[in-house]
Design a protein around this ligand. Structure first.
Ligand SMILES: Cc1cc2nc3c(=O)[nH]c(=O)nc-3n(C[C@H](O)[C@H](O)[C@H](O)COP(=O)(O)OP(=O)(O)OC[C@H]3O[C@@H](n4cnc5c(N)ncnc54)[C@H](O)[C@@H]3O)c2cc1C
Length: 444
């Protein structure tokens, strides 16, 4: 079959590769001059360093994304922990780690929690109680989790506001890009179960050691092209034409219309909706897409004249810094003369509207306070990358569609679709594979 895929983000690339592998003629159409969507890298004009649009992190339990890298032959370009270990610094630079021990599942986090100095005993008892409630969660309770926020669920489990802020938000913000008060209980609990309740190694962290374009974007394009497919940049779809209950063609900016046997939308929901004819938009599942809201992420890239962080990465509590990644160490560079850090700030709130200078002025002093080694170091360069549509807000009551639609030759992919996972690379890859399987099945 001739298949048109709209959007060359991870979902579109994963769908494209899978379909090309299954023998279909694939054309991926991308609006921007580059591919990768929410995941790409570019060269910093001053240093020549490869800079990501935003730091990405994945975990051992994200099996589809890991398998995708293996398929592309680039898994070795990542730094992967054997077991979870997160160094956590408080605002004044006191360090205490969270880690996964060798104890059996269920107890594997207990030693870390017992020794964790950033929380009081009262908070630790509250947390242990909530983890126990998670383990005992009954099937009949799960339906309700879709309709309430995680904060509501936590309050019902007697979690106090400071425990929610200093522990649960600490987990939820970087994984869901919103606070416990905005995320649905089901999405939050999904992440906790995948990360902490299935396998003691599941939450081990993995970080790209190369730029995202080198890691998966360029290799995926090459792999699609080697299988006879094409990936065209600067090819924005302006309109999806529907005639007699099927997609009849994709209309480009210059009015050109391209016809395909099947089409896959690998767009964010708020990008897809305006391309559809009004009479189609009112039908399910398209009408449900109006409820998806984009959420931003901000990254502050810092170049210091000396080492300031003797770790691959670190996280921060009671600070706006959240997470710091030592790009120099991850990239295997000499760190003695300079060190490049990336601070990743999810759910950035009012920081997002500030200028680069204002962001640096506000965040850098917090980093210097929390990382004593950075106090003496000179900041040689900085830049801010902002992604206004980084993820969707996993709010209660969202309906996430599967790959099939009422239009028999039109399929959905994208991290927002019904993969179970939040807006992640894992979800994007899973969605691409699911859409490809659905297209393939429709040709049988
Ligand atoms: C800064 C940042 C940090 C993140 N951190 C993490 C992390 O640590 N771990 C993790 O797993 N995930 C993270 N994510 C989320 C993850 O990157 C996304 O969930 C995932 O990449 C989304 O992929 P997608 O293919 O579904 O959508 P997208 O990447 O949005 O792809 C959609 C593509 O469609 C194109 N397009 C739009 N309109 C048109 C049109 N009309 N015609 C043609 N093409 C069009 C877009 O240009 C884009 O290339 C992060 C995202 C950002 C931005």
């Amino acid at each position: 079959m001739k298949v048109g895929i709209i959007g060359a983000g991870l979902a579109g690339l994963a769908a494209g590769l899978e379909l090309a592998d299954r023998g279909h003629e694939v054309e991926v159409l991308e609006r921007r001059p580059w591919a990768g969507g929410a995941t790409y890298s570019f060269l910093d004009d001053e240093t020549g360093d490869e800079v990501d649009n935003g730091q990405h992190l994945f975990m051992e339990c994200t099996t589809a994304y890991r398998a995708f890298l293996e398929r592309l032959g680039t898994l070795h370009l990542t730094y992967r922990q054997e077991r979870l270990r997160v160094p956590v610094f408080d605002a004044d630079g006191r360090r205490s780690d969270l880690w996964s021990s060798n104890l059996p599942l269920g107890l594997h986090l207990a030693p870390a929690l017992l020794r964790y100095r950033h929380l009081s005993w009262r908070q630790k008892i509250e947390i242990a109680r909530a983890f126990l409630a998670l383990r005992l969660l009954q099937v009949h309770e799960r339906g309700r989790l879709e309709q309430i926020t995680f904060e509501q669920w936590l309050r019902e489990r007697k979690q106090s506001p400071d425990t929610i802020r200093e522990f649960w938000d600490f987990l939820v913000i970087p994984t869901l890009n919103c606070r416990a008060g905005e995320a649905s209980a089901s999405q939050s609990i999904f992440v906790l179960e995948e990360g902490f309740q299935k396998d003691p190694r599941a939450a081990a962290l993995a970080v790209p050691a190369a730029g995202l374009s080198k890691l998966h974007v360029e290799p995926a394009i090459r792999a699609i092209e080697e299988r006879g497919g094409t990936v065209s940049m600067r090819t924005a779809i302006e309109c999806i034409q529907v005639e007699e209950g099927r997609v009849a063609g994709l209309v480009l900016g210059d009015g050109e219309r391209r016809g395909f046997d099947a089409c896959v939308s690998a767009l964010a929901p708020w990008r897809l909706l305006p391309l559809l004819p009004e009479q189609v938009r009112v039908d399910r599942p398209f009408v449900d897409l109006t409820r998806f809201e984009p959420a931003p992420i901000l990254n502050l890239h810092l170049w210091f004249d000396r080492p300031v962080l003797d770790l691959h990465c670190a996280s921060f509590i009671r600070s706006e810094v959240q997470w710091a990644f030592n790009r120099s160490r991850l990239g295997g560079e000499d760190e003695t003369q300079r060190q490049r850090l990336v601070l990743s700030i999810s759910a950035p709130g009012d920081l997002f509207a500030l200028s680069q200078e204002q962001v640096c002025e506000r965040v850098l002093p917090q980093l210097r306070r929390a990382l004593p080694a950075s106090r003496e170091a000179t900041l040689v360069r900085y830049r801010v990358t902002k992604e206004p549509e980084a993820t969707f807000v996993p709010a209660p009551g969202l309906f996430r569609p599967g790959p099939r639609t009422p239009l028999p030759n039109f399929f959905l992919a994208g991290s927002y679709t019904d993969t179970g996972w939040p807006a992640t690379m894992e979800s994007a890859v899973r969605s691409g594979l699911a859409a490809a399987a659905a297209v393939d099945a429709s040709s049988a």
